[in-house]
Write a protein that binds this ligand. Structure first.
Ligand code: SAH
Ligand code: SF4
Ligand code: F3S
Length: 445
């Protein structure tokens, strides 16, 4: 190492869980090169923004930040931009931000070290943004933020092409990861003491379809993972309703490690809007799946994503979304106002729903969800649930964890319980969080 070699790094992460995991993988690569995490972004020799393009606001946050940094004196050895904005904007970012040293796409994170070397030694702006992911990442070196829960990537990319969405362009086409590699990583995580694994992909239930010779579809993979000795809980996210199969529903019923929570994103309740979104299901087909799933797994909790104010959405069509939420009663809803994205098919339609109407629709759905969640929490009072204890709550007094159905629970206890499964009796709630007390019998350590 020369005197000038960078010694510290900092990665600021925006966007979804895939980006959080990619940050951990990049951090692992940097630490292998003997770089250490800087205490804050200001003091880091290498500063990386791992970015998101899903909505305009996500991009604006990073653009604002990069713009500001250009005006101030450059204190970092290198500034890099990775993630979905790298794919959406590619080298045009260099024209806007001359102080940016490298741009690295979502399918190239394995090249991080080489790109840093090139930027350092050529003093030129470097960019790599390939469209398709090559299965070559060393997941085993990822630097895990948490000690109890870990993300494991099983498939990258998305082939669904919903008309509003940038992900198929920013993550490329679907590439499944070999089951042996997933199993090896899960075994390592279990031996390191991890108790919960969340299988990640933009559409996890397309898993294996691109590699028919593996003979391992998503539910097959789940059966194999459940068998690994010491496996605590398995979760997965996210799934496309079309690919939620009876086999998967039966796996949720039958596999002890697989949690009873399914993110089942509806997006809209009107058939005309669903068609315009290219979601490839009708409301009726969607409802049929929900009914099946609830028959097979009666205690399952469901989550959803909803977009309001999609081009041409009428009040009546919005009302259909409202009614769907009311009927299905999701445990959790992520509700967004439509944001037109460059490069997506929907950009050709005028963004014709005024912002105040979008916000008003959003608020109506939020109010409904609060009401439903409130009623659900009421019914939980007096029941005893299994909690995986994750950490201390922000108040420093309670421990915090989640039930199998993904409800947040806090209760009093000491640090030795972190990373264990406990039975907790619920006696109250505050906002989204259930409050309880330790019930005597220990079910699993
Ligand atoms: N693969 C996941 C979604 C990833 S993006 C899935 O299909 O469920 C997360 C959510 O962001 C989407 O479900 C959608 O509700 C929302 N979203 C995506 N593009 C959007 C846009 N252009 N405007 C507003 N919300 C959007
Ligand atoms: Fe986007 Fe649709 Fe793919 Fe989800 S399934 S990532 S919403 S294109
Ligand atoms: Fe954002 Fe990319 Fe995830 S656009 S939501 S970081 S896949």
């Amino acid at each position: 190492m020369t005197m000038q070699d960078p010694k510290t790094y900092f990665i600021r992460t925006y966007g979804c869980q895939m980006n959080e995991l990619d940050t951990e993988i990049m951090a692992g690569q940097l630490e292998k090169r003997n770089l250490t995490l800087a205490p804050d972004e200001e003091s880091a020799d290498i500063l990386i923004f791992n970015t998101c393009s899903i909505r305009d606001l996500a991009e604006r946050k990073v653009m604002g930040k990069l713009g500001q940094m250009g005006r101030s004196h450059k204190q970092h050895r290198l500034i890099g931009l990775t993630g979905c904005m790298a794919m959406a904007k590619k080298d045009s970012l260099f024209r806007k931000f001359p102080h940016l040293d490298f741009v690295l796409g979502t399918n190239n994170i394995t090249d991080l070290g080489a790109v840093i070397d090139e930027a350092l030694y050529t003093k030129k702006q470097v960019f790599r943004t390939e469209d398709k992911f090559e299965e070559n990442l060393n997941y085993l070196d990822a630097k895990r933020e948490d000690k109890v829960k870990a993300f494991v990537s099983i498939i990258r990319g998305c082939d669904k092409f919903c008309t509003y969405c940038v992900v198929p362009y920013t993550r490329g086409s679907e590439v499944s990861r070999p089951p042996e590699s997933i199993i090896e990583e899960c075994q390592q995580l279990i031996s390191q003491g991890f108790k919960e694994i969340t299988l990640l992909g933009q559409n996890v239930n397309s898993y294996g379809k691109d590699e028919p010779a593996w003979n391992c579809l998503f539910h097959d993979l789940l059966y194999r993972l459940d068998k690994i000795p010491g496996m605590g809980r398995i979760r997965f996210m996210t799934s496309h309703p079309v690919d939620i199969t009876l086999d998967l529903m039966q796996a949720i019923r039958d596999l002890p490690s697989l949690c009873e929570f399914v993110h089942f994103p509806l997006q809209a309740g009107s058939d005309r809007i669903l068609k315009k979104m290219h979601r490839i299901y009708t409301k009726e087909q969607y409802f049929e799946k929900v009914v099946n799933l609830r028959q097979i797994v009666p205690n399952v909790a469901l989550g959803t994503d909803i977009i309001v104010g999609f081009p041409t959405e009428t009040e009546q069509e919005f009302q259909e979304t409202y009614d769907a939420l009311k009927e299905i009663r999701y445990a959790i809803s992520f509700i967004f106002t439509y944001s037109p994205r460059k490069g997506t098919p929907a950009i050709r339609w005028k963004d014709d729903i005024p912002e105040e109407i979008k916000l008003e629709r959003l608020q109506r759905l939020l109010d409904l969800q609060i009401e439903i969640s409130q009623e659900d929490r009421q019914t939980m009072l007096g029941s005893t649930v299994e909690v995986l204890v994750e950490r201390f709550n922000r108040d420093g007094r309670h421990l915090k964890g989640r039930t199998r159905c993904w409800s947040k629970v806090i209760f009093e206890g000491d640090a030795s319980l972190i990373g264990t499964f406990q039975r907790v009796k619920i006696h109250g709630y505050s906002h989204q969080t259930l409050v309880g007390e330790l019930a005597p019998a220990l079910i699993m350590v």
